[in-house]
Design a protein around this ligand. Sequence first.
Ligand code: ADP
Ligand code: MG
Ligand code: MG
Length: 206
Amino acid sequence: MDTAWAVRWVRAAADAVAEHRAELVDLDRAIGDGDHGENMDRGFTAVREKLDDEFTGPGAVLKMVAMTLMSKVGGAAGPLYGTAFLRAATSLGDDDASAEAVAAMLAAARDGVVSRGKAEVGDATMVDAWTPAVDAAVQAASSGASPADVLTAAADAAQTGAESTDALQARKGRASYLGERSIGHRDPGAVSTVLLLRAAASAASA
Ligand code: ADP
Ligand code: MG
Ligand code: MG
């Protein structure tokens, strides 16, 4: 997994966020302040404009994403995804990444989200997508899967994890202000996490 993959990933992520902007807004309108789709689209539009720069390796691409999201995306998601991409960049480095390195990168990203936001699995946040994704990725890598298959396993597990937030009461972020009324709604950040991981997988299979 090299620089070209990272650039394809980020471009695919920007496409997915733009395509799903209204869906993310609707999800956030139900349990938050309705800006998650705009926040993410603003951030990834700024990221897209920098994708023609020269990069020293895949880690440098992800570091650019981190810095851009931190400066352009307000609210909770900016610092959370900014930290995720920054930790991912450091973990990945600028050499071509193996399946194990890809799984380790996802674990580093998840750990960044947790250290920043202090949410646990079951709190109905993006952590409910990230953590099963990491578990599936580590498992796939240790059983000899390719990097593309590691990322597909991660995206599939993230999707199931995002669906699991439907039944959960939110305990972190704005949605937690609703108390029990947050039950029955899917967490928007968990859904955007699925989009980002699906983009990574599709870029690896391309
Ligand atoms: P804001 O809530 O500030 O308007 P966004 O709408 O962009 O920010 O992002 C909301 C998403 O951020 C939520 O759906 C949730 O996934 C995530 N989130 C909020 N707080 C936390 C937290 N403490 N830990 C992990 N994720 C969180
Ligand atoms: Mg919001
Ligand atoms: Mg907001």
